[in-house]
Design a protein around this ligand. Sequence first.
Ligand SMILES: Cc1cc2nc3c(=O)[nH]c(=O)nc-3n(C[C@H](O)[C@H](O)[C@H](O)COP(=O)(O)OP(=O)(O)OC[C@H]3O[C@@H](n4cnc5c(N)ncnc54)[C@H](O)[C@@H]3O)c2cc1C
Length: 342
Amino acid sequence: MIRHKDLDDPQIREVIVLGGGIAGLSAAIYLGRAQRDTLVIDSGHSMAKWEPVVENYLGFPKGVGGEELLRNGAEQAKRYDVRFVRDEIRTVSSNKSGFRLRGRKATYLTKQLLLATGIFHLPPKIPGVKQCLGHSMFFCKDCDGFRVRGKRIAIVGSTNEAVEYALGMLHYSACVIVATNGRRPSWGKRHARWLAEYEIPVERKRITDVDHRKRKIRALAFTGGNCVKTDYIFTVRGDIFHSDLARKLGAKLDGEGQIKIDVCMRTSVPGLYAAGCVTPANCQMIIAAGQGAAAAQAINRTLFEESLATHSLRRFREAQLADEKTIPERTPNVPGRKRKKG
Ligand SMILES: Cc1cc2nc3c(=O)[nH]c(=O)nc-3n(C[C@H](O)[C@H](O)[C@H](O)COP(=O)(O)OP(=O)(O)OC[C@H]3O[C@@H](n4cnc5c(N)ncnc54)[C@H](O)[C@@H]3O)c2cc1C
């Protein structure tokens, strides 16, 4: 069977998906199934790897490992001829025919570009906490609140957000404290009132150590020698959005650095799309996957319209007419059914 990509310039991809995390893989599956010439470029640092058991992704009643989800997604996309390359893109530029991406290993050209580059959650600056990331140190109430029900929880932060986080955690546990880690609280009067009203303890000293065994936190040690038994830490230190390339291409970002998109995941730059946590969407796997799918559908539609405008669909059709059977055979009766006599 002739495919459109067989007739295109092999130097220029129809689509490059930058980022092979949840959003990028979902887009790749859709694009592959739409028979688009698709390359996924990924540097291999999906945040999904940090979650050993994802409990809120549709279709996995017993949970699924983040790594497993990524592995399966890549395998699924490869079934539809999507190509993958491990590289990190450093710079990007655009011209009339598309985008040029320069990576550590090679340069890539594409007509349409989807940025699914994600974010980086900043871990708290606490000695000894690194090994506990994703196991007993979390960033996201929606992802991990349910699994810490009834446990001793410390919210590390000194802002309004930290206070609201602590209040929200009361749905999951009665034992919640706020630890400012030596920072002066910057929360407002209303938030301070809430802390008092809901009787949430505040520990203002610096955390000097985290006692943990097998990635499970057991206690936090504070300056002055005070120790507080703790099972889980949540932090609200903030995120770094991987939106630099979008900014360089002139795409509009919001105040936090997230790439602004419309409902079809189009950015303000023609041909440039964004999906997943690098956009203002809530940073959840199922949302990232949905956005990736939506972006892929919009890209496919754009390429289709372009093929009509440039008559490349007609050239494709000519190849079909020359090389393939294009008219179904006529048959005297429905196959398998006997012809009625008389
Ligand atoms: C500890 C932890 C637990 C979590 N638990 C859950 C959970 O239980 N449920 C849930 O729904 N969500 C959870 N999340 C959030 C989830 O990981 C994200 O929602 C999801 O990974 C977002 O997908 P994404 O495709 O936007 O980004 P990612 O999956 O992070 O993928 C982005 C990809 O882009 C690549 N990339 C970035 N820049 C470049 C570049 N310049 N060149 C090449 N490649 C690049 C990265 O290497 C990465 O592979 C958790 C996150 C963390 C940190």
